[in-house]
Ligand binder design. Sequence first.
Ligand SMILES: Cc1cc2nc3c(=O)[nH]c(=O)nc-3n(C[C@H](O)[C@H](O)[C@H](O)COP(=O)(O)O)c2cc1C
Length: 218
Amino acid sequence: MSMTVEELLTTTRAVRKRLDLDKPVPPEVIEECLDLAIQAPTGGNQQGWRFVVVTDADKRKALAEWYRDAWGFAYKNQGEDAMATARPEIEDQQRRVYRSADFLADNLERVPVHVIPCILGTLPEGTPAWMAASFLGSIIPAVWSFQLALRSRGLGSAYTTLHLAHHKEAGELLGIPETVTQVALLPVAYTKGTNFKPAERRPATEVTYWNTWKQSRI
Ligand SMILES: Cc1cc2nc3c(=O)[nH]c(=O)nc-3n(C[C@H](O)[C@H](O)[C@H](O)COP(=O)(O)O)c2cc1C
């Protein structure tokens, strides 16, 4: 699939309902996209990234159950209206996100590949913000590159963090050492169709301040 850089950057969406749950994903495609992902920057060039790719059905089911538990706690129990009315200016968009996220929570185990990006090390309580920023900033760019690479090959994903409420159990299930931090879980599959659109966003000029922060523009 060929697309311009602009198209790739503006149409890589969180894909949930349009993940093709029935089409197998060859391991080579995941490996190729991860090869692209690890060209991303890391603090001090540490390259402490690790990626746990989960295709085993029983393991995906366990991850999905922990994910659903957190979804229920964080969103489902509050309901769609809570998410919508919290951001009245984009209520419709928020309702769509809620329904899409609810679908993912119901079907996560059916997504053929779960990728859990990890980084070597942990964030002890009280870690200063600048250290936390360096730590997470050394894996998140790679995750986004991975998502872009997937999109360029007709696959989709969504950045999710809810399973982290059960990171200990997930770590035990997958044999991830306690000295390693999981940062997300990306459900990955081919997409049904590839025509995704740019999302509505506030213009960058409204959220950009040149030289001095402008309080009135929040
Ligand atoms: C840090 C972070 C955590 C997220 N966690 C979840 C999640 O747990 N479940 C989910 O369905 N989507 C999750 N998302 C995806 C967002 O809901 C999504 O990016 C947002 O609604 C904007 O949609 P778009 O990416 O298609 O523009 C997360 C995104 C980020 C950046």
